[in-house]
Design a binder for this molecule. Sequence first.
Ligand code: GRF
Length: 217
Amino acid sequence: MSCRIAVLVSGRGSNLGALLAAQAQNALGGGRIVRVISNRPGAGGLAIAAGHGVATSVVDHKAFASREAFDAALAAALDEAAPDLVVLAGFMRVLGAAFIARYEGRMINIHPSLLPAYPGLHTHRRALEDGVRLHGCTVHFVTPDVDVGPIVAQAAIAVRHDDDEDSLAARVLVAEHALLPRVVGWYCSGRLAVTGNRVQVTTDRAPRDLTLIAPDA
Ligand code: GRF
C-alpha cells in the first residue's frame, strides 16, 4: 500500500522540489505526494506541484477571521487528500493545538537550524551573531509547541569565517534537500518509531544513524 503524502508550503518550494525529485527516483519508501497545499496563493511551491501534475489547494489565511477557522479549512483540505503523512516544508503559519493533535505522529517539519538551538525565525542570522561553528537543519515531528517536537534527524554543516546570512542559508538548504526526502522515505517504509521524545529508525540490519554530516559543498 502506498503512503500518501501531503505537503504544506508557503513559499518557493525548493524542499517540495527535492521530495518530488526523490519520488521520481523511487526514493521515498513507496511514498507518493498526492496534494500540495499553500496558505499563500502566489507560493512558488504551487507552480512546482502543478508542473509535476500534483493536485494543489490554496487555503489563504487572510480569508479567515481566526486561527481556528483557518485551521479547520486547512484540515478539511488535508482530509480530502487522506494523507498518511503531512510534511511541513517551509510552511510559515503557526498551527493550533487541535489541528496538531489531529495529525500528531504523522506530521513532520523541516527547520533550518540544529534544534533545540534557534527555534523560530531568522535562524541563520542568529547563528552568525552567536559565532557558532556548526549549524544545519532538523526534521522533527510536530507537536503543539513550535519547533520542539521529537527530533528525527539532523544534518550539520560547518560555518565558514566569511559566511553571511545568504551563503549560510544556501548551504543549509542543500542539507535540507538531502535530509527531508530521507526522513520521508523512512516514514513511508515504516521504519520510524517514536517513544516519548525519542525517535528510532530501524532497518533490516541495525538502527540507523540519524545524523547526516552534509558534504561541505
Ligand atoms: C526552508 O529553509 C525551511 O527549512 C524553512 O523555510 C524554508 C523553505 O524553503 N522552514 P523552500 O520553500 O522549501 O524553498
